[in-house]
Design a protein around this ligand. Sequence first.
Ligand code: UT7
Length: 324
Amino acid sequence: MKARITGTGSYAPAKVLTNADLERLVATSDEWIRERTGIRERRIAGSGEACSDLAVEAGKRALDAASLPASDLDMILVATCTGDYPLPATACLVQHRLGATKAAACDIAAACCGFVYALSVADAYVKAGMRHVLVIGSEVMSAITDWTDRNTCVLFGDGAGAAVVSAVEGERGILSTHLRSDGNLNELIAVPGGGSRMPPSKKVVAEHLQCIKMKGNETFKVAVRMLEEIARETLKTNGLRVDDLDLYVPHQANVRILTGVMDRLGLPVEKVMMNLDCYGNTSAASIPLALDEAVRMGRIKEGSLVMLGAFGAGLTWSSAMIRW
Ligand code: UT7
């Protein structure tokens, strides 16, 4: 018995924010953003559109693809750092709106690694006897973006992606997952205000401390090393070589980070899924959004060997090997 992804889905809000739009907000240029990040545009949630709204759409599409009624779900996991509320969990709102009457529901907070962490939890629960788990990565990063900070506001976007993970006989499915963290590096990417360390106040809002702050350059360097290391570990665990891979689906943060990882691993660009030019960095949504696009484009087929790789705030980094 294996935990297998039997359906994927995704959803991105309709509103497009281009680099030209950002030129009107901060001192930046389309050229700088494209050259330093690879991003051309990103999607932004409409007013009144929250994390659970995106998650429900992506979840419905994944259930459709898996031909599974929501009432058969045993658990819903929503990976997010931009939930509708501090509580209740966004997953509970999704559970209600999908009509998943017998599903447990909770959120997973591991920032950009959230989807791979949640997939690993789903894998473990399915191995422990659950039959169907819906894993969603959903983010409204625009809600925690400081639109006066050019270091961060050009990077992020909104979106959601989902996968149904089911117990299935056979060899195809999630082969291994690998999760890491180093809290010593917690200050590289953080939202300093609005939590119990610095509760919401006029000062927090005035200084935009409820927004994401990042030491981009330092993060960049460790990200390349972490993604390379965990990819090598994942291949080794499964007795596989880089050449065996059909597709690498990494966290879509920066095209230069991905080029660095490709160079170090000797992985050709044809074997790497990239859609960050259209969506920017959507944190926990980025891998499932890319995964769903790859499936729908026919880049992932039955039997394909797919490796996921993520890193983000925490710091956390993670990977998964999947025989599709
Ligand atoms: O998923 C979460 C994980 N986070 C990430 O993956 C982010 C990782 N880091 C990155 O992607 C890159 O570090 C950035 C894209 C954030 C920045 O690129 P960089 O090549 O590391 O640039 P930098 O931070 O070293 O800044 C270079 C220059 C600076 O100017 P000076 O000091 O050289 O005069 C910045 O002020 O670029 C300037 N700069 C900008 N210029 C135009 C920073 N942001 C912008 C901007 N437009 N938006």
